[in-house]
Design a protein around this ligand. Structure first.
Ligand code: GLU
Length: 419
C-alpha cells in the first residue's frame, strides 16, 4: 500500500513496468527506481480578500537524489493530489536524464484554482507555499519552476520569499523567473520552441515540407501559444487551437498573431470570435500534419487514439497519452510519429538548467546563445532516441523512456542505496 494513488500515478507506474520489462530490470530493483524518495504535504493558510481564512493543500514530491538536486515545476490546480504530483515528478526524472541534465525529477503544487482568486490572494498562496517549503528546498536540494497555473510572477514571489528568509537574493532557488529578476532570456519561450523544433525534425524524417503543412494545438497557455507561434513562423498553417475557455478552428488557417494579441490582452482565448467556435471534444481528431496536445494529461485515451488523423503527435503536455492509447497507436497501420512528452516538452527544463547555471555563476547569456544551446541538446536527445528505437525495434516512447530510466538506474547502481 502506498500514498500514491489515482489514474495519473497508475499511468506512470504502468509505463514504468513496460520499460522495466524491456530493460529486464530485476523485480527487486524496480520499487527503488519507481517510488519517490520524499513527499511533502503542507497546509497553506491565507486571508481571503473578504477577511475569511482559508487553507489550501500544498505538495512537493522529490523523486530521486541520485544525479544532483531535484528539479521540476509547481502546479496550481484545484484538483491536484499527491498521486498526480508523484507521477509528474517521476516523468521529470526520465526527462532530465534523457536530456543529460544533472537533476532528479520533482514536482509540486497547490490545490487552488488560480483563476478563482484575486492577484493579492494568489501572491499570498505563492508566498505561503514557498515559506512552508523552505526546510525542503535549496539551490542544491530542489529547484522549482513554473507549470500549469503558475508563471514568471509566481516564480518571482517564490524567489523573493526564499531570499527574505536567507537575508540575501538567491536567484538560483527557482527557474522560470522574469528576466528582470535573475531569469534567463528565452526561458518563457523554451518549451514551445522545443516542440516546434522537434516537430520539424519529425517532419523532415517523414518528408513533409513545413510550408503547406498544417497543425492543431490544444492548450494556449505559455507552452501551446508559443508552440503555435513558432510552428506558424516555420511555415505551418494553424488550423485549430483551444484553451479551457474556448476552441477555434478554421480549415483556411487561424490568424495566430491576432490570437496571441487577444490572449496577451485578455489572458484567455474566450471572446476572440463567434464564427470560428468549434467543439473542443473534436479538436484532437481533426486532420492535420502536426497535433500538439499542450494542456492536460490523459486527453488521448484508447478511443481518441483510434480517431487521430495527424502524422506527427508532438506531446507538449506531460502524460497526454494513456498506456492503452499507446497500444492502439502502436498497432495502427498508418504509423503516427509520436514525439513523446519527456522529449517533446523537455525544452522548458533544459533552459531552466541554463537559467540555474547562469544564476550560480552570475554570468548571463544572450537569447541566441540560449536557444542555440537548447536546440543542440534537443537534437542530441532526438538522435539518441531515434537510433535506439530503430536498433531495438521499439516504439519511440519506449526508446526515450528506456534511455532515461537506464541512466537513473546505472547511477543508482554505481552509488549505492542512499540516493
Ligand atoms: N514544468 C515544466 C516541465 O514539466 C518545467 C520544469 C522545469 O523547468 O524545471 O517540464
Amino acid at each position: 500500500m502506498s500514498i500514491y494513488t489515482g489514474p495519473v500515478f497508475e499511468m506512470a507506474r504502468q509505463q514504468f513496468q513496460v520499460i522495466a520489462d524491456h530493460l529486464e530490470i530485476p523485480e527487486d530493483e524496480r520499487d527503488r527506481i519507481l517510488y519517490p524518495k520524499r513527499a511533502i504535504a503542507v497546509s497553506c493558510p491565507i486571508h481571503r480578500d473578504d477577511g475569511r481564512t482559508v487553507v489550501y493543500q500544498g505538495y512537493r514530491v522529490q523523486h530521486h537524489l541520485t544525479l544532483g538536486p531535484t528539479k521540476g515545476g509547481t502546479r496550481f490546480s484545484p484538483t491536484l493530489d499527491i498521486g498526480e504530483v508523484a507521477a509528474l515528478a517521476i516523468w521529470m526524472s526520465w526527462k532530465c536524464a534523457l536530456a543529460g541534465l544533472p537533476y532528479g525529477g520533482a514536482k509540486g503544487g497547490v490545490a487552488v484554482d488560480p483563476y478563482a482568486v484575486s492577484k493579492r490572494e494568489l501572491e499570498a498562496v505563492s508566498r505561503r507555499y514557498m515559506q512552508e517549503m523552505i526546510p525542503f528546498v535549496g539551490p542544491h536540494i530542489d529547484v522549482m519552476a513554473p507549470d500549469m497555473g503558475t508563471n514568471e510572477q509566481v516564480m518571482a514571489w517564490f524567489m523573493d520569499t526564499y531570499s527574505m528568509y536567507q537575508g540575501c537574493t538567491v536567484t538560483e532557488i527557482v527557474t522560470g523567473k522574469p528576466v528582470a529578476s535573475g531569469g534567463t532570456e528565452g526561458r518563457r519561450e523554451a518549451t514551445g520552441r522545443g516542440i516546434a523544433y522537434l516537430a520539424d525534425r519529425a517532419m523532415q524524417r517523414l518528408g513533409i515540407a513545413p510550408g503547406g503543412a498544417t497543425a492543431v494545438v490544444q492548450g494556449f497557455g505559455n507552452v501551446g501559444s508559443v508552440a503555435a507561434a513558432t510552428l506558424a513562423e516555420r511555415g505551418l498553417k494553424i488550423l485549430g487551437v483551444s484553451d479551457h475557455t474556448a476552441c477555434y478552428f478554421d480549415a483556411a488557417g487561424l490568424p495566430v498573431d491576432a490570437l496571441l494579441a487577444h490572449v496577451g490582452k485578455h489572458g484567455v482565448l474566450k471572446g476572440f470570435s463567434n464564427q470560428l467556435a468549434f467543439d473542443p471534444a473534436e479538436l484532437l481528431a481533426q486532420k492535420c500534419d502536426v497535433l500538439v496536445p499542450a494542456a492536460l494529461e490523459r486527453v488521448i485515451d484508447a478511443r481518441m487514439a483510434g480517431r487521430l488523423q495527424c502524422r506527427v503527435l508532438a506531446e507538449g503536455a506531460n502524460g497526454p497519452t494513456t498506456p492503452e492509447a499507446d497500444e492502439v497507436l502502436n498497432q495502427r497501420r498508418d504509423e503516427i510519429f509520436v514525439i513523446p512528452d519527456i522529449l517533446c516538452n523537455a525544452g522548458g527544463v533544459v533552459v531552466s538548467y541554463f537559467e540555474w547555471v547562469q544564476d550560480l555563476q552570475q554570468f548571463f547569456w544572450t537569447e541566441t546563445e540560449v536557444t542555440d544551446k537548447l536546440y543542440h541538446v534537443l537534437d542530441r536527445a532526438f538522435g539518441q532516441v531515434m537510433t535506439r528505437a530503430e536498433k531495438d525495434k521499439v516504439p519511440i516512447r519506449t526508446a526515450a523512456m528506456a534511455i532515461g530510466v537506464a541512466k537513473v538506474r546505472n547511477a543508482k547502481n554505481t552509488r549505492g542505496l542512499f540516493p
